[in-house]
Design a protein around this ligand. Structure first.
Ligand SMILES: [Cu+2]
Length: 174
């Protein structure tokens, strides 16, 4: 019975996306592939495990109908983009309005149109555990496009929490 169930599950799983393998930190010549999917209106995954100092190939896929962005940065970076993009809320169809934040608060920003994928190669900073994810287009952040980075060791074990803000997901709940 148990074996039959196992076979059934295994059969259903054939051809599906394999489980996330243990983390082998990326290096400049061989970056680790990290995928983040943008949806209407959430990040998948909402918690991204990264090893401080590793080099990743960050692939950002927009599986939603709206234009979305992935901003990776501290709370100060998220706040800066939220303030900068507030005037551009509910933009007309077309290119995303050009917005800017003060120097030093740029973080990483990747804007992706519906159905598109954009990739960057990025070296994860030492303060990775204090980084948050956000999309500040229109009201997307409030609707659930908020997440965070967890700093992990090479084996995927959680590193000691950073001094960053706590509970960003809870604070972003409607
Ligand atoms: Cu969005």
């Amino acid at each position: 019975m148990a074996l039959g169930l196992f076979l059934l599950l295994a059969g259903c799983d054939a051809g599906a996306v394999p489980a996330t393998p243990p983390i082998t930190p990326g290096v400049p010549g061989v970056p680790r592939q990290v995928n983040v999917i943008l949806k209407d209106y959430l990040f998948e995954p909402a918690i991204v495990d990264l090893v401080p100092g590793e080099t990743i190939r960050l692939n950002v896929v927009n599986g939603g109908l709206d234009t979305h962005e992935l901003i990776i940065g501290t709370q100060a970076v998220q706040d800066a983009w939220a303030a900068a993009e507030r005037p551009a809320a509910n933009p007309p169809p077309g290119a995303t309005p050009v917005v800017a934040v003060p120097p030093g608060l740029e973080g990483v920003r990747i804007v992706v149109g519906s159905g598109e994928i954009r990739s960057i190669t990025w070296t994860v900073p030492a303060d990775a555990g204090s980084l948050l994810l956000g999309c500040h287009i229109s009201d997307h952040y409030e609707r659930g496009m908020a997440g965070l980075v967890r700093a992990v060791g090479p084996g995927g074990t959680l590193l000691a929490p950073s001094s960053g803000p706590s509970g960003p997901i809870a604070s972003a709940a409607p």
